[in-house]
Design a protein around this ligand. Structure first.
Ligand code: APR
Length: 250
């Protein structure tokens, strides 16, 4: 099947769908200037995740981990939504997409206008004091001097899920409820290597959903779970899907 044929099929499935959702990963924010974790120029090639991305590493060496966090915040706070985020927000506005489950912590789905966003790996928008639990917004933090401290003297930690931390219970529950309920799942820009997020496509498939995967390269889902795999940039493919859908539905 050509990409055009695949897009036609996805549009047909979208039209037939009563409950479509999306699962997104770091790949959809690459076109907003935020590096992904794996693959070409992946963040984990620069920073060993065992030394920078586990909760133990954060507690053991907060000054070191905040060196990476500061670099990431400086990129993500300047980043703007790209055509993928905008196309998914428009599909929600058209009543087609019921929710986005994202592994990203950059808030770009919300900035693009998506309303129903499940942040499966938390968010960088808020931080929590590891001593007293006080909450701060990133806008309140001066990133010139890291790590940032709470008024009580404790170090602040972004509300993102580090390896070794549990997925926020409300996000876990809602994501899997949506996965069981959906009849169409768009999986966009994820290497599908991190669990339990990578179980979401399996749960959707087992519940009878069609799974459409959009990625630069195949993943462990491609020949096992995905019904359609469209190879390419999400920022090019999603707008084509949206355009074809709107043409056929207006
Ligand atoms: N369009 C589509 N896919 C893309 C694009 C693009 N423009 N650029 C990159 N990709 C794909 C890559 O081929 C890769 O499969 O996006 C995927 C990014 O994979 P990862 O970097 O592993 O990101 P993700 O799957 O979100 O990682 C999951 O791992 O480190 C943890 O908590 C972190 O949430 C993250 C989780």
């Amino acid at each position: 099947m050509t990409v055009k044929d695949k897009i036609e099929t996805v549009v047909l499935w979208l039209k037939e769908s009563q409950f479509a959702i999306a699962l997104t990963g770091a790949g959809i924010s690459v076109e907003s200037g935020i590096p992904a974790f794996r693959g070409a120029q992946g963040l984990w090639d620069k920073y060993d995740p065992s030394e920078y991305a586990t909760i133990d590493a954060f507690m053991r060496a907060p000054y070191k981990v905040w060196g990476m966090l500061k670099e990431l915040y400086e990129i993500t706070l300047k980043a703007e939504p790209n055509p993928t985020h905008k196309a998914l927000a428009e599909l929600e506005r058209l009543g087609k997409l019921k929710a986005v489950i994202t592994q990203n912590v950059d808030s770009l789905h919300q900035k693009a206008g998506s309303k129903k966003v499940i942040e499966f790996h938390g968010t960088g928008e808020t931080l929590t004091c590891i001593l007293c639990g006080a909450k701060y917004r990133i806008e309140e933090i001066n990133l010139e001097k890291v790590p940032p401290f709470c008024e009580c003297g404790g170090i602040l930690k972004p509300d993102v899920v580090f390896f070794g931390e549990p997925i926020p219970l409300h996000a876990l529950r809602e994501a899997f409820e949506l996965s069981e309920r959906c009849d169409l799942l768009l999986v966009v820009g994820t290497s599908a290597q991190v669990y339990p997020a990578a179980d979401i496509p399996r749960v959707a498939k087992r519940s009878g959903a069609k799974v459409v995967e959009i990625n630069l390269e195949p993943t462990p889902l491609t020949n096992t779970i995905s019904d359609i795999f469209i190879e390419g940039k999400a920022g090019e493919i999603l707008p084509l899907i949206l355009k074809a859908y709107k043409t056929q539905c207006e």
